[in-house]
Design a binder for this molecule. Structure first.
Ligand code: PEP
Length: 254
């Protein structure tokens, strides 16, 4: 049984007070409504990490994630943050390879596989994002594209390490567009990713890895997406910024 994950990716939104108030209110509503059946992760800007950790510290169903880390542990990289620094706040997860990082910051596979290593060395759970653009899907190259992202980002990991990873399938054409992948499209790709993991490792390991869907998950489509056999929850952007929307999605994951 894979416990579902609902991870909110705030991107570059919310000042310190807004962020911490949001976490407090969401946690309060989760507890009041007894919606503790899924793991809820807040992927915040770096400024929220430490205080966010304090808000969720005693709750085994909540965690705090960073949205990125550097591929080195220290050095002359002005403005960057190392996985060890993130871990020192008490945060437990880190998104790696979000399509916005790949697109706007030209992050490549070599850097991303090093970021995964940095996370694992610091016992941070990487949430590794993969997904195709619309051009790639229309050219029917999405399977090979996603396979390559999985191979290059993850397949250097040992059997033990791969089990620490969460994968997020995020079709780029669905992120922030309001056009989600259909539940069938999501299921097809998730099953494909799980098969690839099975070939590289084994069925038992592949069966334990959580694969999240991300791309315009909203209160009105979350339940159907999450009901697919290989969809183990979601990585949520826009709908993670309002407590009511985020709570509806958490409810759909119970
Ligand atoms: C994301 O940024 O990871 C995301 C899935 O965004 P949205 O839910 O807004 O499409």
């Amino acid at each position: 049984m894979r416990t579902k994950i609902v991870a909110g990716n705030w991107k570059m939104n919310k000042n310190l007070k807004e962020g911490i108030d949001f976490i407090k209110e969401t946690v309060h509503q989760i507890i009041t409504a007894d919606l503790t059946g899924a793991e809820v992760i807040f992927a915040t800007p770096f400024i929220h990490l430490r205080k966010g950790v304090k808000e969720v510290k005693k709750l085994n169903f909540c965690a705090i994630a960073a949205q990125n880390c550097h591929w080195e542990n220290s050095g002359a990289y002005t403005g960057e943050i190392a996985a060890s620094m993130i871990a020192s706040t008490g945060a437990t997860h880190c998104i790696v390879g979000h399509s916005e990082r790949r697109q706007y910051f030209n992050e490549n596979s070599e850097q991303l596989s090093k970021k995964i290593n940095q996370c694992l060395e610091q016992e941070l759970t990487p949430i590794y994002c993969v997904g195709e653009t619309l051009d790639i899907r229309e050219a029917h190259r999405h399977y090979t594209h996603i396979e390559l992202q999985i191979v290059e980002g993850l397949f250097h990991l040992s059997e033990e390490q791969i089990q620490q990873v969460v994968v997020a399938y995020e079709p780029v054409w669905a992120i922030g567009t309001g056009v989600n992948a259909s539940p069938q499209q999501a299921q097809e790709i998730h099953a494909f990713i799980r098969k690839a993991l099975e070939h590289q490792y084994n069925a038992d390991i592949a069966g334990r890895i959580r694969i999240l869907y991300g791309g315009s998950v909203k209160p009105n489509n979350a339940a159907e997406l999450f009901s697919q056999p290989d969809v183990d929850g979601g990585l949520i952007g826009g709908a993670s910024l309002q407590v009511d929307d985020f709570m509806s999605i958490i409810r759909a994951a119970q």
